[in-house]
Ligand binder design. Structure first.
Ligand SMILES: C[S@@+](CC[C@H](N)C(=O)[O-])C[C@H]1O[C@@H](n2cnc3c(N)ncnc32)[C@H](O)[C@@H]1O
Length: 287
């Protein structure tokens, strides 16, 4: 069952999908510090980080929570021959993900499920790997969420996430304002700090928990996105964005929030207000 917040998030993503697609076929920050690389290569490096040090084979079942348009799930099924399940609340994303799986020849190994990841419809011990690629921020109660993710992993199974987080330490006014803009525009309940996320993972029973700051890897993408958002944000400030985004009031507000949040998070990464985090943990192996 979707609650009101989840419905708002789904409506937001449905309204702005075309704009996300302009950044590439994954709705996440690309990783890499070589300016001569194409953006697509950086998007794939984020997938590679999520599976680093794992020996995935065709027997694995991988779950991608908040799977966007299937960028990671389809890449994973194609690269390792494994079975993948993507979960999303946004019907438009699920349709694009299924289309992508078919086009890439992995539809028979992929399933895309319309569900809210606060209410996951899976049995205990089902998955070998569970990932959140820039979707963990939507989990309202991280402790309860991690407990459920832990439960549906097989013993010894891995959890990996790439996550938006707030920088540690006292917050300046600029950082507070950017945090508000990110949460408002992307419809995120709140951004946690990286150490809080690792603490919640451990409390849920995960072992070998790590949280690594990967912000420097995102800076080329952050500059690219900040540049892309500047004109729409400027038009929004003088109320002229309605001329460009003509699909009605809700859609106009969602677009305005989207570009404002994209600019705030990207500039905040560059200025040290936010930390892009890589999280990993493992469910205890069976004795
Ligand atoms: C920033 S996008 C990231 C998409 C994808 N992981 C990627 O890296 O391309 C966040 C995604 O999480 C999904 N999402 C947000 N809240 C969700 C929830 N409660 N349950 C399932 N999916 C959710 C959104 O619809 C969107 O597709």
């Amino acid at each position: 069952m979707k609650n009101r917040d989840t419905k708002r998030v789904g409506a937001y993503y449905s309204d702005v999908t075309d704009h996300y697609l302009l950044y590439g076929d994954g709705f996440h920050y690309g990783l890499g510090t070589d300016p001569s690389e194409p953006h697509h290569r950086r998007l794939v490096r984020s997938h590679e980080l999520l599976v680093s040090s794992l020996r995935i084979d065709s027997s694995w079942r991988v779950l991608d929570l908040g799977c966007g348009v299937g960028s990671f799930a389809v890449w994973c099924a194609k690269t390792f021959g494994c079975r993948v399940v993507g979960v999303n609340i946004c019907a438009a994303h699920l349709a694009l993900a299924r289309k992508r799986a078919t086009a890439q020849g992995v539809a028979h190994r992929s399933e895309f499920v319309g569900a809210d990841f606060h209410h996951l419809p899976f049995h205990e011990g089902t998955f070998d790997l569970i990932v959140n690629q820039e979707s963990l921020c939507y989990a309202r109660d991280k402790a309860a969420y991690f407990a459920r993710v832990h439960n549906i992993l097989r013993p010894g199974g891995a959890y990996r996430a790439i996550a938006f987080t707030r920088a540690p330490g006292p917050r300046r006014d600029r950082a507070k304002l950017r945090h508000e803009r990110v949460c408002h525009g992307f419809h995120i309940p709140d951004l946690a700090q990286l150490p809080a996320l690792t603490t919640w993972l451990e409390a849920a029973g995960f072992e070998k928990v790590k949280g690594v700051d990967i912000t420097t890897e995102t800076l080329l993408t952050a500059r690219f996105i900040a540049k892309h958002c500047l004109i729409p944000v400027a038009l929004g400030k003088v109320g002229l964005d309605g001329l460009v985004f003509r699909q009605g009031r809700r859609s106009q507000l969602n677009h305005r929030g989207h570009f404002t949040a994209g600019l705030a998070y990207s500039k905040g990464l560059i200025d040290g207000d936010f930390v892009h985090g890589f999280l990993s943990g493992q469910r205890l192996s069976a004795p």
